[in-house]
Write a protein that binds this ligand. Structure first.
Ligand code: PLP
Length: 477
């Protein structure tokens, strides 16, 4: 019946911690971490680009915790903002009076975004920001409209409502949807004619049941960028048809693409934008949905409607304080402009690498500080080393190769990188915005080394390491 103290929890050795994780948290995830060589990480601290392990290794974090770490780990000024909150005992939770930091953060976001985006709602996750945006549009459209358009390959979150418009990765399988399936229209990403066709089909009888279109300005899973002019064209079509646009910038916003939001690289402004991940400075769970004052007031402007969409932890004091500090650091350190320059540098380096390893690197995707490298691993190569049909975790050749690459980057080059299982041949390069040129060089050199040695060597290391670790549930024989 004993519960662990915080001190005891922090001092757990990783073996004991893993047992608790497996028994009480998520055994499947632990297996994946182990297969990638990450299950034995005993992390003592993290700062900037670096994760420090008890065994003395220092890892460069190129995963950004999938986008959360715009400012890296434990940025000193974010710690400073938290310290101010603690020293001044600022009020964190207050629901029966306005919190001054909520208005201040909403003001700051309005300054960072183009007009007329200026009214915010704060969430505690990306999915919640997306659902808030969908509800806002639904309420503003009024009764009678029932449908949303989403794109193929889209990721908008895994809660029931957001899952209804998440088309990638098979995440919907086995679940009821928050929205009835017939109320979600899926069109090809980046294809304006497909959007027009979907609208035409729905409006044949003169009515228009479509509430809004959701789109990621760059897709977070596949790292796809739409054709130039797509977002502007989409907004034009939607405006003409009285349909709202929701641009989901939860992953690619917050400066990662070299502008505060990715959509700002086209002359377009959506009706609603969603942000999250890096907004919390790597320390707080906060998201935002930002719309025009007109749209917000149409939905929730009446006194009887103003509490129709609220949430308990929306805009806690310390979360707002950290988000305010985050935006100030972005401005003062010129991080967005620098992200653009570093992104261009990375693209140049990767293009040279692609030229050098023709046939192995077949495509470069993305821009700024979310870039994807697509490999052709060579069908049948892994199968010569291992019977993939017997592998418990990585069932396709591409995912087994990509897992090998993640493990190779980790164990031989001290680099943490990631990929999306829905695009298992695409390695994501997604460092914090504070990344330095020397880190980008280290990453590209590591990739060069792996590609020069060849995929077969990388795969054999993976198989040997997993046999050595005797990963339960994985049969490499
Ligand atoms: C574009 C996009 N929207 C929404 C979400 C959902 O965010 P969360 O996982 O915080 O619910 C994500 C998460 O990766 C995302 O990438």
């Amino acid at each position: 019946m004993k519960i662990l103290s915080l001190r005891e929890s922090l001092d757990l050795d990783f073996g004991d911690a893993n047992k608790l994780y497996s028994k009480h948290f998520n055994p499947g995830l632990l297996k994946i971490y182990k297969a990638l060589g990450l299950g034995s990480w005993d992390i003592v601290s993290a700062e900037g680009m670096e994760i420090r392990l008890r065994n003395g290794r220092t890892i460069l974090d190129f995963s950004s915790s999938i986008g959360v770490l715009g400012l890296g780990h434990n940025h000193p000024r974010i710690l400073g903002a938290e310290r101010i909150c603690h020293e001044e005992k600022i009020i964190d939770a207050i629901k029966m009076a306005p919190h001054k930091l909520q208005g201040a953060l909403a003001h700051n976001l309005a300054q960072m975004l183009p007009g007329p985006l200026e009214v915010s709602f704060f969430s505690v996750s990306g999915a919640e920001a997306v659902e808030s945006a969908m509800k806002l549009c639904e309420k503003a459209q009024g009764p009678g409209k029932t449908k949303f358009i989403t794109m193929s390959g889209a990721f908008h979150g895994k809660t029931h409502g957001a899952l209804s418009v998440t088309t990638v990765g098979g995440f919907q399988r086995g679940f009821l949807m928050g929205l009835p399936r017939e109320n979600v229209l899926e069109v090809e990403y980046g294809n304006l004619s497909a959007v027009e066709r979907a609208i035409d089909e729905e409006t044949l009888d003169g009515s228009n049941p479509i509430i809004a279109v959701l789109v990621e300005p760059v897709t977070g899973e596949g790292v796809h960028t739409p054709p130039k002019g797509f977002l502007k064209g989409l907004a034009g079509i939607c405006k003409k048809n009285g349909i709202y646009t929701i641009f989901d910038e939860v992953k690619v916003g917050m400066g990662r693409m070299g502008t505060f939001c990715a959509f700002q690289q086209e002359e377009v402004v959506p009706d609603v934008v969603t942000l999250s991940k890096a907004l919390g400075g790597g320390k707080r769970a906060i998201g935002a949905m930002v719309s025009s004052r007109e749209l917000f007031h149409k939905a929730y402007g009446k006194r009887q409607d103003c509490s129709l969409h609220t949430s308990t932890f929306s805009g806690l004091g310390e979360s707002c304080a950290v988000a305010i500090a985050t935006l100030n650091i972005y401005r003062e350190d010129n991080l967005i402009e620098k992200a653009r320059e570093k992104g261009e540098y990375l693209t140049r380096k990767l293009s040279l690498l692609k030229e050098k390893h023709k046939g192995k690197i077949v495509e470069l995707r993305g821009r700024g500080l979310l870039q994807g490298v697509r490999f052709s691993f060579g069908k049948g190569l892994f199968d010569k080393v291992v019977d993939t049909s017997k592998m418990g975790l990585f069932k396709t050749t591409d995912s087994a190769f990509m897992a090998s690459m993640i493990r190779e980057l980790n164990e031989r080059h001290n680099i943490l990188a990631h990929f999306s299982p829905s695009s298992p041949d695409v390695l994501h390069i997604m460092p914090p915005l504070i990344v330095e040129i020397r880190h980008l060089d280290a990453f590209v050199e590591a990739l060069d080394d792996i590609l020069t040695k060849g995929f077969a060597i990388m795969a054999s290391h993976f198989v040997k390491a997993n046999i050595r670790d005797r990963l339960p549930g994985t049969d490499f024989s």
